[in-house]
Design a protein around this ligand. Structure first.
Ligand code: CMC
Length: 392
């Protein structure tokens, strides 16, 4: 134990080697498998990026067609799994519903319990990519008391998800191409981010040779927290709070700086980025355009922009190198798309899924992998003798 180094929050400890995602936090650079996020955002699609992250290369046309076809054949949920949704309260938060249903996939697909069999890993990968959007849509339908829609496998992944979420059985759902494109872009931007809290969780759980579903379910729970994926909902609640109390942005910033009631500027700051988060930069550039097309709430966007302007010219934020992160503008877009605030983090999970899968698979194939088992610095009592109840 003399050699143990204490590093709370793993600020400076690498837990693995990885070839999936590169971040330069000082310069604000993000690349998936070497490809700059800006290029992928402009030219690629979420399914193509998923393939890239998981298999290491951009797919050829045939590979992409096969991948898309396989995913479209696995979108259905087992009818018994559908009944799960009835067991939760109507007002349940959709994140634990999502993680519970993913955990339950291990019971329906028991072949998944062999984490070293490449055929089983492959089919589990496809099942997860295909079924998570269906699970997410059903969590939404349950919360609003509407009937579940079966997936329509002639549609793409994002289209299918939107239809299952917002469509009705007796009506044709008119897909809005602007909405599809915007959600696909947001999924690309969320698809991976190296050893963040949820991905590290997926790896840690998987390092015990727990299967893919169990590991991803744990990752979803890690993402739930407001300092991680839950920040996108928290940002919107913060913006609404500011608007509802008169829209005084300066007063709110002062509150944050004085650390009153532990208030933080949600959607700001990042462990790795000490510069503008490149994902936030892309989202900000497209926010006006997307909100214009979708008819978003301008008053909240105004408050967000004012907050950013104030923060970026304030010493408190400058000294601490706090910039907007990926969650700062996404909530406004999700809201304009029609999603309730509680649902935003589910959308983050849908986007992050291929990254989690890629890391789990990379870890399982890495001969250097050992079970994750951090050490500690013990601060408790030295040895002492037991006292009987009458002596205490
Ligand atoms: N508002 C106000 N002050 C902040 C903020 C913020 N959002 N973030 C950090 N600080 C301050 C913090 O109080 C500390 O100040 P001091 O030195 O006076 O104690 C200093 O900046 C350094 O912060 P830290 O807490 O040591 O930084 P960290 O790397 O441990 O935390 C973070 C990173 C993302 C958890 C944090 O910045 C935060 O809580 N941000 C708000 C929540 C948020 O937006 N999370 C989403 C992150 S991006 C997507 C994702 O990961 O899901």
């Amino acid at each position: 134990t003399d050699l143990v180094t204490l590093d709370p929050g793993f600020v400076n400890t690498a837990s693995c080697s990885s070839a999936i995602c590169y971040i330069d936090g000082d310069q604000g650079i993000l690349r998936y498998r070497g490809y700059p996020i800006e290029q992928l955002a402009e030219h690629s699609t979420f399914l193509e990026v998923s393939y890239l992250l998981i298999y290491g290369e951009l797919p050829t046309r045939t590979e992409l067609e096969e991948f898309t076809h396989k995913i479209s054949r696995h979108t259905l949920l087992h009818e018994d799994l559908k009944r799960f949704f009835d067991g939760f309260p109507r007002d349940a938060h959709p994140m634990p519903v999502l993680s519970s249903a993913v955990s339950a996939l291990s019971t329906f697909y028991q072949d998944s319990l062999k984490p070293f069999d490449s055929n089983h890993v492959e089919i589990s990968t496809i099942r997860l990519l295909a079924k998570l959007p269906t699970i997410a849509a059903y969590a939404y339908k349950k919360s609003v008391g509407q009937p579940f829609l079966y997936p329509d496998n002639s549609l793409g992944l994002v289209e299918n998800f939107l239809r299952m979420t917002f469509g009705f059985p007796a009506e044709t759902y008119e897909l809005d191409p602007a909405l599809v494109k915007a959600l696909d872009l947001l999924f690309i931007l969320h698809a991976d981010h190296e050893q963040n809290c949820s991905t590290s969780t997926v790896r840690l759980v998987g390092s015990s040779e727990a299967n893919l579903f169990a590991s991803i379910s744990a990752g979803i729970n890690a993402l739930f927290g407001p300092l991680h994926g839950g920040a996108n909902s928290a940002v919107l609640e913060m913006l609404e709070g500011i608007r509802n109390s008169g829209g005084d942005v300066e007063r709110f910033v002062a509150k944050v700086k004085n650390k009153e009631d532990g208030v933080k500027l949600m959607g700001f700051g990042h462990r790795v980025y000490k510069n503008y988060d490149p994902r936030a930069a892309i989202i900000k550039r497209t926010a006006d355009d997307i909100l214009g097309k979708l008819g978003g709430d301008d008053s909240l966007l105004d408050i967000a922009k004012q907050l950013e302007e104030h923060a970026l010219s304030d010493d408190y934020f400058i000294e601490r190198k706090l910039y907007p992160n990926v969650d700062f503008y996404t909530g406004l877009i999700y809201r304009a798309m029609g999603f309730p605030t509680k649902f935003f983090t589910v959308l983050f999970a849908l986007g992050r899924l291929p990254g989690w899968i890629a890391h789990w698979r990379e870890m399982m194939n890495d001969p250097a992998t050992k079970i994750g088992r951090p050490r500690q610095v013990y601060t408790g009592h030295t040895v002492r003798d037991y006292k009987s109840l009458s002596e205490r």
